[in-house]
Design a protein around this ligand. Structure first.
Ligand code: GDP
Ligand code: K
Ligand code: MG
Length: 298
């Protein structure tokens, strides 16, 4: 019997909203990267681990690569670029429905500098007619020397297991980096803050999303009541946003808290008491100190 173990790291890159986090969550089978229909939902590098008897793939969900508009944007692009040089293969994901956009050229220019196999993953095929796929494949084939081009639907699962088999065949022999029951290397703290941020993103609109950061002030396991007590602060940029986040008679904040608590309870498998606060921190996205404090560090 052949008992070699294969393992490796694969980075997922692509414009915002193409479905990177959705793919990762489907593969990992549990919600770890937050998802939303707003761009730039994912800010840090998130690892998800997929393990089988004879193989392990560690996926790195990178923040969207795009032209930075502010310091936080700079940080996000840097994280994504660094990831590319640390992995065994790269998944470049595009949205079948949107097709080619200038953002893709920005990414392809960056790919020219890396010496790793790049797989073009055409996602959201559930939204297009099969006849429209071939021209798209031809178009991209002319732009870059992709290892392979694979259409999938991360949402509905089409072709995802085939994709995993292709990756598996590509992996070098290697150790099992993580125990099989571990699905992410990210500290609970970070995942919890992301869950809270996700609810705030879903429930508010337009001007709010990119101005939000969430800081976990404390996590305390209370043995006696079998409850985890979490205190967290939602940071916003302007006083005018405070009213929106808190809502009429605190309704919005309560709703954010309730929804986030349900996700956190599912994650931790225990009862959770979530104590949410709101704080205005003017222009935090452009202040390096604040960025460090909120976890967006080099
Ligand atoms: P990311 O910014 O690349 O991480 O994108 P997300 O995973 O957050 O997904 C952005 C939006 O696209 C969400 O509303 C997803 O539900 C949706 N989405 C992702 N994959 C698919 C897919 O295969 N089909 C369809 N129809 N929608 C998808
Ligand atoms: K997104
Ligand atoms: Mg994402």
């Amino acid at each position: 019997m052949d008992n070699t173990f294969k393992s490796g790291f694969i980075a997922i890159i692509g414009r915002p909203n193409v479905g990177k986090s959705t793919f990762m969550n489907r593969v990992i089978g549990q919600k770890i990267a937050i998802m939303s229909d707003k761009p730039q939902t994912t800010r840090n590098k998130i690892q998800g681990v997929w393990t089988e008897d004879d193989a392990q793939i560690v996926f790195i969900d990178t923040p969207g690569i795009h032209k930075p508009k502010h310091k936080l944007g700079d940080f996000m692009v840097k994280v994504a670029e660094q990831s590319l040089n640390e992995v065994d293969a790269i998944m470049f994901m595009i949205n079948a429905e949107e097709g080619y956009g200038r953002g893709d050229q920005f990414i392809i220019d960056r790919l020219e500098k890396v010496d790793k196999p790049v797989f073009l993953i055409i996602n959201k095929i559930d939204k297009v007619h099969p006849d429209d796929l071939l021209p798209l494949i031809d178009q991209y084939r002319g732009m870059y020397d992709f290892e392979e081009i694979i259409p999938i639907s991360a949402l509905e699962g089409n072709n995802v297991s085939h994709l995993l088999e292709v990756f598996k065949a590509q992996l070098p022999e290697g150790p099992q980096y993580y125990p099989e029951d571990q699905i992410t290397d990210h500290p609970e703290r970070f995942i919890i803050s992301e869950m809270i941020r996700e609810k705030a993103l879903h429930l508010t609109r337009e001007e709010i999303p990119h101005s939000i950061a969430v800081v976990i002030d404390g996590i305390e396991h209370r043995e006696q009541s079998a409850t985890v007590y979490i205190q967290a602060t939602i940071i916003i940029e302007r006083p005018s946003q405070k009213g929106i986040i808190i809502g009429k008679q605190g309704k919005m904040l309560k709703e954010i808290g309730q929804r986030a608590r349900e996700d956190i309870e599912a994650l931790l498998g225990t009862k959770v008491f979530l104590d949410l606060w709101v704080k205005v921190q003017k222009d935090w996205r452009n202040r390096q100190l604040q960025l460090n404090e909120y976890g967006y560090r080099d």
